[in-house]
Design a protein around this ligand. Structure first.
Ligand code: ADP
Length: 304
């Protein structure tokens, strides 16, 4: 279909609209269609209908082309996700072997290390750890996007999870001169969900808080609100500029110090896991005023 058809059909709408306007808005009366006006109106209507008829096929063609392009894009997206998933999967085993071998070397299982060997080995261990985390994040992301992340559904006491996560980061916080405080209610806050995945969410939030905060500390608080529980991870770190708040939950988005370790996958994964639990996560932050990440999880009552 030519551009002429499109122009013709669009132009034909104009007399149609003018007729409708004249009848309904301007004169409110059908009597204006009498005599010559009626003939003009009929002609305009015929032109408009002819135009629409001519344009109909063009519009159908355009819609078909859009649907085809969309299907092709979805296929490409699936292929790309499958490729990333496969590569990540294939990298897992050799990385586990690297890690095991390096740990054995560091532990002296292959004999004592020479004076200049410990430091380069520690660097290699750190890099393998970083790569292992990246590979595991990529695998998680492809699984989530394919709707194939297995999620356990069992009662989870949030105090237990938060206690373990805080304990895991307490040494690092201390090493960095930060305070790490926690405020948990005594009554068990129980939700239905996957303890390992929830652990991953809070480990990411706490890990970021400790990583980005240079002075001050991190506070973790659990509160119960009607039919939900709310976990807050607040820090006295650099904060996040207002204009970046919307994108830090997107894949590979990083703001602030580019030298800090990370690939920008932790928050999107955390958000997806929280949403798989029918919850939501958001951030309140301002530059130089710290950040407060809040996770709200519904307390789902077991159906009798
Ligand atoms: P990364 O692995 O890079 O930390 P995330 O997805 O966990 O990836 O976080 C994305 C970005 O959000 C980070 O690179 C950082 O710029 C910002 N961010 C996350 N948490 C904090 C925080 N507590 N304080 C300041 N910036 C943060």
């Amino acid at each position: 279909m030519s551009r002429f058809n499109l122009a013709f059909s669009l132009m034909s709408v104009i007399p149609l609209l003018t007729c409708c306007y004249l009848i309904t808005v301007r004169f409110f009366s059908i009597t204006i269609l009498k005599g010559l006006n009626g003939i003009y109106f009929l002609m305009a209507l015929i032109v408009a209908l002819l135009g629409l008829l001519a344009g109909h096929e063009l519009i159908r063609d355009m819609i078909k082309r859009l649907v085809d392009a969309n299907t092709k894009l979805a296929q490409l997206n699936d292929q790309q996700a499958a490729f990333v998933g496969n590569v990540a999967h294939e990298l897992r085993s050799p990385l586990a072997i690297f890690k095991g071998t390096m740990d054995n070397l560091a532990d002296g299982l292959h004999g004592p290390l020479g004076p200049g060997q410990q430091e380069p080995l520690a660097v290699c261990q750190q890099e393998v750890h970083r790569l292992t985390r990246l590979v595991s994040d990529l695998l998680d992301l492809t699984r989530i996007e394919a709707g194939k992340m297995p999620l356990a559904q069992r009662p989870v006491v949030l105090q237990d999870i938060l206690g373990t996560v805080v304990h895991a980061f307490s040494a690092l916080a201390k090493e960095r001169g930060l305070t790490l405080t926690v405020d948990l209610p005594e009554a068990p806050a129980i939700i239905q969900g996957d303890p390992d995945r929830l652990h991953q969410v809070f480990a990411n939030l706490l890990g970021n808080a400790v990583k980005f905060t240079k002075v001050g500390g991190v506070h973790v608080q659990l509160t119960t609100v009607p039919d939900a529980v709310q976990v807050e991870v607040a820090d006295t770190g650099p904060g996040i500029p207002q204009e970046d708040l919307g994108r830090i939950f997107d894949k590979f988005e990083r703001v602030g110090d580019p030298l800090e370790e990370g690939a920008g996958l932790g928050l999107p994964i955390a958000r997806d896991i929280v949403e798989l639990h029918q919850g939501k996560v958001w951030v309140e932050s301002a530059l130089e005023h710290g950040s407060r990440f809040i996770v709200m999880l519904p307390v789902r009552r077991e159906t009798p």
